[in-house]
Design a protein around this ligand. Structure first.
Ligand code: RUQ
Ligand code: CUA
Length: 666
């Protein structure tokens, strides 16, 4: 191996890195006005006005906060196992984390996107992306649970995802890493990147009524890094816009080698055209493998299916689906204003914000105002697509949201601030510091046609000095600003779970009234459900023991079980018979190698437990459900393999045991 010269590397690095480090704004403690507390105060017993759905980054989960209080309402397990709720541990939920790589217990969730109808947030579902093992999840907002996860073939680092079209026709995902296609030999030299690596965009269709996802088609594109995206809306409905970096197509030391060009691209995709080509049979079938996992609220169980084919449209052949628009330097955020006319690209290394015009893009395409091609894709002339530039807005623009009153709000990572500017005349109107290194931001409905411009929330990467120290790792943080006036006003800091990236918020009324209170026991179609205490039983099938168990305040049935032998696999199928709101029961078993179960009223969940040693094993309810919750417990006796203890079970009666080993006090 060649010795590389550290000095040269350091010099090369110095230039781009200088501005990449973020600055901490001054006066970190004094930026709050005295009326701020009243604006963020929600009296005990009162509801918040908004739900805020925040990505959990490397926690893999999504958290739900109330605004303006910043109170944490719930953490929804999505891509990572969660022992608190048994997610990924119960037999019913394990298939949700299945992939073509097998069971994957973790991921990195960056973006949340609420479903829309006619460009307005409809409160039905929220989608989320898994960045590492590429997947998209759909969370149902009647249960606040992940109901579906679909894996994406031909992809890696699913970052520009999951952004939706204005009627949730599609959830769209672009691959961050370009890779050799799944059906090609990936065992090739990495430095053949330019010849062999490709970027893919996935268009996932969403069922109108049931939300069911399916990969409608993928578009194969040049091997760049797709970073973020947003759908067109209104006049630009039918189009999708993706920011692309590493148009240098570097495969090593990207911080230098992918920062060479003055301009990278925003790729405009005409997906209505793509649909036409698909209908005309222009797609090519490709053999792939990806998991599609669906959770049913009727059987209270998930199924995982491995699918083996996807349809590919080639952007090189089908000339009029994709167009490149030059965008200065390494664009990150790609945001479309509420009218659908303006597309904002945020170059991480740029000192200005370019704003593109949809009308001008259309005219440029009609007039073929191109600057040649990039890997077979026409490149529209920068000036021909440009509405204008916001000059000197700040350093390191990342993301933009809109207030629906003609203003945009952009975050600046390096200069740690949110800047408000006017879309029409591109003038900076206001700026506020964030504490600090802000990434994403969110205005309720801020990427829809109808923003609700009461607040903007900044999601910061660094919180040094903002909270009590907690060792080397500090809380992640969000900051809430009132934007109802001309000037933005900081009113609250609140810590978040995991690293927050994108988040969405919606008026509480849009979601609150769809919230399910409990599952109807009559509709429980779980194959091992016990719909009443009378139907509970214990059944042996070889070395598998199925316990059909029920729970209701404040006992399990059965709560005494004997005749389990060493080596048996015991499946506790626990049905919660309650039919009331907010009465979960828990189930925990001594020595269980996985987690507890948390079972909602009307639901059945299953814990697998292997009897490894003879002895007495208590189990109990983990959720304080009544005054007699501490009495909600039971015992399971394990006898040696080959012992003659008969399988028996009971609740409230001491079965007289005939066999000699029953005495047990030797
Ligand atoms: S990112 S901080 Cu969405 Cu993963 Cu921009
Ligand atoms: Cu049931 Cu505690």
């Amino acid at each position: 191996m060649k010795n590389f010269n550290t000095k040269t590397i350091a010099l090369v690095l110095a230039a781009p890195l200088i501005i990449l480090y973020s600055c901490k704004p001054k006066n970190a403690g004094t930026a709050v006005n005295s009326d701020a507390a009243a604006k963020a105060y929600v009296a005990p017993g009162k509801y918040d006005a908004f739900y805020n759905f925040v990505s959990g980054g490397f926690s893999g989960q999504m958290s739900v906060y109330g605004l303006p209080s910043g109170r944490l309402l719930r953490v929804i397990p999505v891509f990572s196992v969660d022992p608190e709720k048994g997610w990924g541990y119960s037999e019913e939920t394990k298939p949700m984390l299945n992939t073509s790589h097998g069971f994957v217990p973790w991921d990195d969730l960056h973006h949340t996107e609420l479903s829309q109808t006619n460009g307005e947030v409809d409160g039905r579902w929220i989608f989320a992306n898994a960045n590492n093992t590429p997947r998209v999840a759909r969370v149902d907002l009647s249960t606040f649970r992940t109901n579906e996860i679909i894996e994406l073939p031909n992809s890696a680092g699913n970052h520009s995802s999951p952004f939706i079209t204005e009627n949730t026709e599609y959830v769209v995902a672009g691959t961050r890493f370009s890779v050799p296609p799944d059906d090609a030999n990936g065992d090739i030299p990495i430095n053949t990147y330019k010849q062999n690596f490709k970027g893919y965009l996935s268009f996932i269709s969403v069922g109108k009524e049931d939300g069911k996802m399916d990969i409608a088609f993928q578009i194969s594109c040049p091997g760049v890094n797709f970073d973020l995206s947003h759908a067109g809306k209104g006049k630009s409905h039918g189009w999708f816009f993706f920011s692309c970096y590493n148009t240098e197509q570097a495969n090593t030391l990207l911080e230098v080698n992918a920062s060479q060009k003055d301009k990278d691209f925003i790729m405009a995709v005409n997906w209505k055209k793509a649909e036409e080509y698909l209908k005309a049979g222009k797609g090519r079938k490709q053999a792939v493998k990806y998991a599609h996992n669906v959770y049913s609220d009727k059987t209270h169980s998930a199924t995982s299916e491995i699918k083996t084919e996807v349809t590919i449209l080639d952007s090189k052949e089908l000339k009029d689906i994709c167009y490149m628009i030059p965008c200065p330097k390494s664009p990150h955020g790609c945001d479309v204003d509420p009218t659908g006319e303006y597309i904002v690209g945020s170059g991480k290394l740029a000192a200005l914000i370019p704003v593109f015009s949809f009308d001008k893009i259309q005219k440029a395409i009609a007039a073929k105002s191109y600057d040649g091609e990039y890997d077979g894709i026409p490149v529209i002339k920068y000036e021909a697509a440009l509405h204008g530039e916001v000059k000197k807005p700040g350093l390191g623009p990342l993301h933009t949201e809109f207030d629906g009153k003609g203003n945009a709000y952009t975050t600046f990572f390096v200069s740690s601030e949110v800047v408000k500017w006017s879309i029409q005349d591109l003038k900076v109107l206001d700026r506020v510091p964030t504490y600090y290194s802000v990434g994403h931001l969110c205005i309720p409905g801020g990427d829809s046609k109808k923003p609700n411009a009461k607040y903007v929330i900044a999601y910061n990467k660094i919180t040094k000095d903002r909270y009590l120290p907690t060792g080397p790792e500090l809380a992640q943080s969000a900051q809430l600003y009132d934007i109802s006036g001309d000037k933005m006003q900081l009113i609250l800091d609140f810590p978040t779970i995991g690293e927050p990236h994108y988040a969405q918020a919606v008026a509480a009324d849009v979601v609150k009234n769809r919230s399910l209170k409990f599952f109807k026991i009559d509709e429980n179609a779980h194959p091992y459900a016990s719909k009443g205490e009378g139907t509970t039983k214990v059944v042996r099938e070889g070395n598998k023991v199925h316990v059909y168990m029920s729970c209701i305040r404040s006992h399990f049935s059965p709560d005494n079980i004997e005749g389990v032998k060493v080596g048996d696999e015991v499946y506790f199928h626990v049905t919660n018979l309650e039919q009331d709101w907010d009465v979960p029961h828990g189930f925990a078993m001594k020595g269980a190698n996985n987690a507890e179960l948390l079972i909602m009223p009307g639901e059945t969940q299953t814990l697998k437990w292997v009897a490894e040693k003879t002895g007495m094993y208590p189990f109990y309810c983990t959720d304080f459900c009544s005054a007699l919750h501490q009495e909600m417990q039971g015992y399971l006796r394990v006898s040696p393999a080959g012992s003659n203890v008969q399988l028996s079970y009971s609740t409230g009666t001491n079965l007289p045991k005939a066999d000699s080993t029953a005495a047990g006090n030797k």
